[in-house]
Design a protein around this ligand. Structure first.
Ligand code: WT7
Length: 629
């Protein structure tokens, strides 16, 4: 179990190397005048026109940052590097699962992005149009994102593991006319068939008119005239000529929409902006990982999630880092694939999830120790609480006890790190430690009073910050309802996590307090899973709960009521599991489906998932006075 007395102090070497040596002093200044802190950070970036006002809080909770400023994230992530020493520096090193390698300097990356942007423009994409991207982890995924940003067209990236129904639901909300995909990608030695999934999505997503497909695997795909185009055909046309001007946008113009699961069935399209998001991702990335010009940075996430957006693509590029990207599975062809690549490319910082660490841990130490990992300087963790056992293994076996672990707590909503150590922070395994600069954070009860040390409560963020999502696309009311209603009078952001703060001011995240399940760090709504279960013909009603799982952190357990006349069987259980996997994508496939006669409900008919969970774990059911018989 996590222990608040178990402390790892940074070595003298780490402290000597660190740029920020005094957290407390800088923290105090930052919260005394957050607007000054954020404005100073913003001044490190290029602006076409400076802002008139740092923060406009006149229309709570719809904060605006750097109001009146003109920018484009591409000016900072690419264009400005072309006129300085970064021009010929590697921006991107990519390795495909079969072992193919591609590298791009900042100059080369910018040319790729210009060509992609010109192709999008030729396909009729204009400033403000939302382009959907559904890609494997190949460089073109990044080109497509940056190309959209460059022309002021917000992107909506959908994780390549999602189903055609999930794509259609998101496309229909965003009303995308253009989708960018690939024939497929490689995963565990096999080619995935993304274009086929997009074709099925296009049948039920009427706004989609054009699909641009990048060739990766060479598998045969079905294409239709006047709808489907190969990217390599389009880029060889004169329309894709090399130069493309970066569109000037307002600081508050949307950069992207990213859909994430919430308490109700429909995914939320969180909106992030060019200005505030540029400032927030670059500042957090630079300070927390103490980025130096020579660093090779590997965020082993998928660009389809916020981690990929903020710390694989935008933050590191703004900071002029060299990013590493890998296409496939960590254990393919052998469980040392990651360690081999760290050795080969001389990676300095690895940022990944507890699930990935636990997954690699089970193969034993020798897969790690046979490679030279001495280039590693820092490690990172994100997505769910890291259990101390995995933390210690990561620290000892991967980091050789010399690399501090940055356990960063944040959310799709926050755009970047919120609770996190710095390299100089004394670490407690399992704790994300302390607030990042500019943040005041508390653990409170229902009424908003702070709970005592080590008591469980709700995590709230008290101050506005530039990385915060501005709204939920199409649903501003839901934005208020979900995050701001609960502590409206105090104007606090309600994060939806339960947490504790210990006597040293360290935060310990316990997990979601709403109907969101974290499986392998992926966020899934119980309502979405349940509606996928009941879309199976044999099922009438279902409840989904998370139960602890050794590798995944949590696994999904489903309790389902069968239609009259249907009989429970192993075969039916398998069928329902596969069905959910098909409807939502493989990550949502339940660990177990149990058929039951009834579900515990409140008198008003709400399923009491808490009771199901307590029963499954053999724990006390707690207060059941509202339960129907
Ligand atoms: C939820 C947000 C942040 C990018 C990836 C996930 C959980 C995230 C940590 C951490 C404990 C964590 C929280 C949060 N979470 N990082 N370091 N320690 N829990 O983004 O999918 O929006 O999920 O992930 O429960 O609310 P997301």
């Amino acid at each position: 179990m996590a222990n608040s007395k178990d402390i790892y102090h940074p070595s003298k070497e780490v402290v000597d190397y660190a740029t920020i040596k005094d957290y407390d002093k800088l923290y105090k200044q930052s919260v005394k005048n957050p607007e000054k802190f954020w404005a100073d950070e913003a001044k490190r970036l290029d602006w076409f026109k400076p802002w008139d006002k740092v923060l406009d809080s006149s229309n709570f909770p719809f904060y605006k940052w750097f109001v009146g400023g003109k920018t484009n994230i591409i000016q900072n992530a690419l264009d400005r590097h072309l006129t300085n020493a970064n021009r010929n520096k590697l921006a991107l090193i990519w390795e495909g699962e079969p072992g193919d390698i591609r590298t791009y300097s900042y100059h080369a990356l910018s040319r790729e992005v210009c060509e992609f942007a010109n192709v999008l423009k030729a396909m009729g994409v204009r400033k403000g149009d939302i382009v959907t991207i559904y890609m494997p982890q190949i460089p073109e995924q990044i080109f497509a994102m940056l190309a959209c940003a460059k022309i002021g067209a917000p992107h909506s990236v959908i994780y390549g593991g999602f189903s055609h129904e999930a794509i259609a639901e998101r496309v229909n909300d965003a009303k995308s006319r253009v989708i960018v995909t690939a024939d497929g990608g490689y995963r565990r030695g096999k080619a995935t068939r993304l274009k086929e999934i997009v074709n099925r999505a296009m049948e039920i997503a009427p706004t989609l008119e054009i699909c641009i497909t990048v060739k990766r695997t060479g598998e045969e795909v079905h294409m239709e005239n006047d709808r489907d185009y190969w990217y390599h055909d389009l880029r060889s046309l004169p329309i894709a000529e090399k130069c493309c001007c970066t569109e000037e946008v307002d600081a508050e113009d949307p950069l992207f929409i990213l859909y994430t699961s919430g308490s109700t069935g429909k995914p939320k399209g969180l909106v992030h902006t060019h200005g505030g998001y540029s400032v927030y991702t670059s500042a957090t990335h630079r300070m927390v990982f103490d980025i130096k010009p020579e660093d090779r940075w590997w965020c082993a996430a998928d660009p389809g999630w916020i981690t990929g957006h903020s710390y694989m693509v935008y933050g590191p590029l703004i900071n002029g880092a060299t990013i590493f990207m890998y296409e496939g599975a960590p254990n393919h062809p052998y469980p040392d694939r990651w360690w081999k690549m760290i050795d080969k490319f001389g990676i300095n910082i690895l940022y990944t999830s507890p699930t990935a660490i636990r997954g690699l841990m089970r193969y034993g130490e020798s897969w790690v120790t046979k490679h030279d990992l001495s280039t590693l300087r820092l490690l990172g963790s994100v997505g769910e609480p890291i259990n101390p056992e995995a933390w210690k293994w990561y620290h000892r076996v991967v980091g050789k006890e010399k690399c501090p672990i940055m356990d960063t707590w944040w959310q799709t909503e926050t755009g970047g790190f919120v609770i996190t150590p710095l390299p100089i922070t004394p670490l407690k395994p399992g704790s994300a430690t302390k607030p990042f600069f500019g943040h005041e954070i508390a653990v409170v009860d229902e009424t908003g009073s702070e709970v005592g040390p080590n008591e469980v409560g709700a995590l709230v963020l008290k101050k506005p910050f530039p990385g915060m999502a501005r709204t939920i696309f199409n649903e501003p009311e839901r934005y208020i309802e979900t995050y701001w209603k609960k502590y409206e009078e105090k104007k606090w952001y309600h994060a939806g996590d339960s947490a504790k703060k210990d006597e040293d001011g360290y935060f310990w995240i316990i997990g979601r307090s709403d109907d969101v399940i974290k499986v392998s760090g992926y966020r899934l709504g119980t309502a979405e899973i349940e509606s996928a279960v009941v879309s199976h013909d044999s099922v009438t009603e279902a409840a989904a709960i998370p139960l602890p799982h050794e590798l995944k952190g949590n696994a999904i357990y489903v309790y389902a009521i069968l239609r009259d006349g249907e009989k429970p069987s192993k075969a039916l259980e398998r069928e329902v599991k596969d069905h959910v996997g098909k409807v939502m994508g493989p990550i949502a496939k339940p660990e177990s489906v149990s058929f039951v006669d009834s579900l515990p409900k409140t008198r008003s008919g709400k399923i009491m998932r808490r009771v199901l969970k307590a029963r499954a774990l053999g724990e006390d059911e707690g207060d059941v006075t509202t339960m129907d018989d």
